[in-house]
Design a protein around this ligand. Sequence first.
Ligand code: UDP
Length: 337
Amino acid sequence: MTVLVTGGAGYIGSHMVHALVEAGESVVVVDNLSTGFSDFLPRSVPLVIGDAADEDLVEGLLVRHRVESIIHFAGSIVVPDSMRDPLGYYRNNTMTTRSLLNSAVKCGVNRFIFSSTAAVYGNPDQVPVPEHAATRPTSPYGSSKLMTEIMLHDAAEAHGMSYVVLRYFNVAGADPLGRAGLSTVGATHLLKIAVEAATGQRAKIDVFGTDYPTPDGSCIRDFIHVSDLAEAHRAALSYLRQGGGSTTLNCGYGRGYSVLETIEAVRRVSMRKLAVQHAPRRPGDIMAMVADTRRIRATLDWTPRHDDLDTIAAHALAWEEKLLRERGGLARQAKSA
Ligand code: UDP
């Protein structure tokens, strides 16, 4: 009995694969390596280079490996890119999942875990945001994920499938053992930018907006360590195997840090001076995004182990330093995550 991980060579997917292997699971990965790296993966895990939307390929895999559950990470995740190329996002996120679900239904795979996002909420009316909050995405990225959630719900109802949708808040950090991390070139994510500055790859950090009605004027985010996020998926898999019903869960820690506090954490752990420049608000930014975590804590057997901003910053920094050290490190990096 095997677990198929799509996008298993990517940032979050590779952490998932390590967690599954450590738990003694049989795993197979499908990844087109558009943004992933095969050397993030343990050597024991079969990597099939191809597209999760390739139904012939996927169906062959599902049968050959006797796949019993699918954890689906493959997709596109850059909000501004989705504004420029909405149809590409609907293809890579919504249509690919439609094909994957079709393969799953045909082959009788009836457990499915899906990577969704807090971006489905858009501008929340209340913070922390509960799962039953209105979904009003403000980008094609968020819409492509919300459409997929709806499709998954309908397909599951019709075909006796059980699923867990995990809505990620701000994923950050890296594998504490240094086996995987965020390797994007031209990243837009705050912690990545801050550790690039701390390692001398950027001259300064722009703080987009210091006039928000928040305690220090900058935006607030709920950062979750990527390893804890992978563990949440593992807990979701156990939940489904024990007969748990389909559900949608926020994935965060339930507390927010401001942009300025986050930069300060990177300064603390790196012990380097960081040039911080106040800049205008970034269009489309949401002022405060923090998960209401009551449902995930009540539903899953999940205890976060890295719920600490300095730990997240330290692991992100260690990974960045490793990327820099590695010979040819820059050549390994992708254009986008
Ligand atoms: N941010 C910033 N400077 C940067 C990158 C991000 O001030 O160079 C802010 C951004 O405006 C937002 C927060 O950091 O308020 C988190 O942004 P990120 O892109 O990491 O994630 P998002 O929450 O937008 O998905």
